[in-house]
Write a protein that binds this ligand. Structure first.
Ligand code: HEM
Length: 139
C-alpha cells in the first residue's frame, strides 16, 4: 500500500476508535448520568466519525486504487497537504465544542477541511481517465 494511504487509513482508524469511545461515553451518560459536561463531546463524536473516519478512509483508499500509470500516481504533494489540512480541520472543529472555543475556530476548521478536499481533488483529477485512453498508455 502506498505511504499516503497508510497514513490516511491509520489516521481514519484512530478517529473511528476515538469517535466510538466518545459515542459510548455519550450513551453511558444518557443511561446513567456521569457529568453534564460530557455532552461537550458530541461535536467531536460527530466530526471524528463523519469526517475523520468516513471521509479520510475514502481518501486513503481512493489514493491507492484510482487509475495509475504503472507505479506512478502523479504529484503526491497535494495529498500530503490534504492529510495535514483534513486532520487539522477535524480537530479544530471537533475540539471547539469540547473546549467551548470561539466560533472563528470552527470556521478555520471548516476552511481547512475545504482546503483538504480541494487539494485531494487537484491530485485525483488527472488520474480520472476514460478506459480507452488508459489502455493506449500501456502499449
Ligand atoms: C460511524 C458511526 C457513527 C456516526 C457517523 C455517528 C454520528 C452521530 C451524529 C451525527 C449524532 C448527532 C445526532 C443528532 O444530533 O441528531 C450522534 C449522536 C450520538 N451518537 Fe453517534 N455516531 C456513530 C456511532 C455511534 C456509536 C458507536 C455510539 C455509541 C456507542 C454513538 C452514540 C451517540 C450518542 C449517545 C449520541 C447523542 C444522541 C442524542 O443526542 O441524544 N454513536 N452520532
Amino acid at each position: 500500500m502506498p505511504r499516503p494511504s497508510v497514513w490516511l487509513i491509520r489516521s481514519a482508524l484512530i478517529h473511528l476508535a476515538l469517535g466510538f469511545t466518545f459515542g459510548g461515553l455519550l450513551l453511558w451518560n444518557k443511561g446513567m448520568p456521569i457529568h453534564p459536561l460530557l455532552w461537550r463531546l458530541l461535536p467531536a463524536h460527530m466530526e471524528f466519525l463523519l469526517i475523520g473516519w468516513t471521509v479520510q478512509l475514502a481518501m486513503g483508499v481512493g489514493y491507492w486504487i484510482m487509475p495509475r500509470f504503472y507505479a506512478y500516481r502523479g504529484d503526491v504533494r497535494p495529498v500530503w497537504l490534504a492529510f495535514v489540512l483534513l486532520n487539522g480541520g477535524v480537530w479544530l472543529v471537533g475540539m471547539s465544542g469540547t473546549l467551548a472555543a470561539p466560533s472563528w475556530v470552527i470556521l478555520a476548521g471548516r476552511a481547512c477541511e475545504l482546503g483538504a478536499a480541494a487539494a485531494f481533488a487537484a491530485h485525483t483529477w488527472p488520474r480520472v481517465k476514460p478506459m480507452a485512453l488508459a489502455a493506449t498508455h500501456r502499449q
